[in-house]
Ligand binder design. Structure first.
Ligand code: PHE
Length: 470
């Protein structure tokens, strides 16, 4: 395999095939962002207005940025900041552009820390359903004979127990570290190749079931009725942030994965597949969760607890509820793991290449840092509930540690990282190098270039400005 630009490093790893790359990248994109964050954000931001603007963001901004990121990675064949530096050097531009990826690596580290807290909630529900299945057996719904109020109290019960939540968080992080420490082909790729197909099978089965049993029509109306008056600056910023979060953009993750791609992988086509799969899963997750939310009379703006509070209620009424509930949370666990692995890989690849450490050592260093922040996030639902780290900024007033990390990364780091990526790829990098990497021709190529050069940076800057000042 001939590497581009400065050439591949000795010992640099690659995906074993194009489909392994696609599964790993889809695995990174599809995760808690689709199942947990998308419905919660849609519910908090007025439903249809958010959803349609979200789709607009994926197509016009997310997809072009995604292609830009994997392209930088594949050209550089190294960790994200080094890849940007190499493309800058090959284009005779300032190597200082690598700061865009350094910011991204840092943001990935921050996201990892709170992502594993939510991963811990998933593990908790796996435990709840497994023990229920064990007690009541296969037939009947979940939690037989138990009051729905008791089931609704599960989530607040977990939130009140800081020690349990911190412990589950560390467990989830530990599993993530195990796979990243094993490396690209025997760790990261293994998780994606085995767990993503399983995820899709389980996900389709559960969505079809939900569509037939819940309040489907109301959910469709809620998610797809576009009310222009609800489209405020804040809703737009939330939608852009969600699109980036869901596509794993602006945080160097896709650059890192792109660096393991072979020269013969068509990046334009691959990016389309990744964005398409990710968006389909998000919309289907909305269509699986909101029918239940409406049928159970829950509030749409329940925030981060939405998925975790609504679904157990539905599983109580379903035949085979505890088995289906267990399958559902196991499936979310798989999706979350393939994403957390990519969040850890971006900073780990940077640390071990930069400081010439062994991969497992770098994994432990990054993981230890994420553990500390993760525990603070876990405690922000209980002992540290009144701790507002950026409370002096209006956008983050009365926002706890967990929500601050989530908000700062999705609403600041990701859009700013994406604006810089577009300027770098669209204006600074040598157009011939870019054109030889992107796998697009004709009109599609022209469209992509126009989006990256003009539309994305301008639209993002306007949304960022309006969202931050409104
Ligand atoms: N896209 C992942 C999800 O939707 C989260 C993620 C963000 C992963 C950024 C990597 C980088 O769950």
């Amino acid at each position: 395999m001939a590497a581009a630009g400065s050439g591949a490093r000795a010992g640099h790893e690659n995906w074993s095939s194009r489909s392994a790359f696609i599964l790993a990248a889809v695995g990174s994109a599809v995760g808690l962002g689709n199942m947990w964050r998308f419905p919660a954000e849609a519910g908090e931001n007025g439903g249809g207005a958010f959803v349609l603007f979200y789709i607009f963001c994926v197509l016009l901004i997310g997809l072009p940025v995604l292609l830009s990121e994997v392209l930088i990675g594949r050209h550089g064949q190294a960790n994200a900041p080094e890849s940007v530096r190499r493309l800058a050097r090959d284009s005779k531009a300032s190597e200082g552009w690598s700061v865009l990826a350094s910011m991204g690596v840092f943001a990935a580290f921050l996201i990892l820390s709170f992502y594993c807290v939510v991963g811990g909630w998933v593990v908790y529900y796996i435990g709840v359903f497994a023990s229920d299945l064990f007690q009541t057996g296969l037939s009947g719904g979940a939690f037989q004979g138990r009051d729905p109020e008791e089931i609704k109290a599960l989530m607040p019960g977990l939130f009140a127990d800081g020690t349990l939540m911190a412990g589950l968080n560390l467990g989830f992080l530990g599993v993530t570290m195990f796979f990243v420490a094993r490396g690209v082909s025997s760790g990261i790729e293994w998780v994606a190749v085995y767990l993503m197909p399983l995820f899709f099978v389980l996900f389709l089965a559960i969505t079809i079931y939900g569509a037939f049993t819940g309040n489907f029509a109301e959910a469709v109306a809620y998610l797809f009725t576009f009310d222009f008056s609800k489209l405020t600056g804040e809703v737009m910023l939330a939608a852009v942030g969600q699109a980036f979060f869901s596509l794993s953009l602006g945080v160097a993750g896709m650059m890192t994965y792109g660096a393991y791609a072979n020269r013969d992988t068509n990046l334009g086509e691959t990016s389309g597949i990744i964005a398409g799969a990710d968006t389909a899963v998000a919309l289907l997750a909305g269509l699986a969760i909101f029918p239940i939310v409406f049928a159970a009379g829950l509030s749409t703006n329940a925030g981060p607890g939405l998925m975790f509070e609504s679904l157990p209620i539905a599983f109580q009424q379903m035949p085979f509820g505890s088995a289906i509930g267990l399958a559902f949370f196991v499936m979310i666990f798989f999706a979350a793991l393939t994403s957390s692995v990519s969040l850890l890989e971006a900073p780990t690849a940077y640390v071990f290449e930069k400081f010439k450490l062994a991969r497992p050592v770098a994994t432990i260093i990054v993981g230890a840092g994420a553990a500390v922040l993760g525990v603070l996030s876990a405690l922000s639902f209980n002992d540290l509930a009144e701790f507002y780290p950026l409370g002096f900024i209006p956008l983050f007033a009365e926002t706890n540690f967990f929500d601050t990390l989530d908000g700062v990364t999705a609403k600041l780091f990701m859009p700013i990282g994406a604006i810089l990526t577009c300027i770098f790829v669209g204006w600074i990098a040598d157009a011939r190098l870019i054109d030889s990497e992107n796998g697009l021709d004709g009109a599609l190529h022209k469209l992509w270039r126009a989006l990256v050069r003009f539309v994305c940076p301008i639209v993002l800057a306007v949304i960022l400005f309006v969202g931050l000042t409104s």
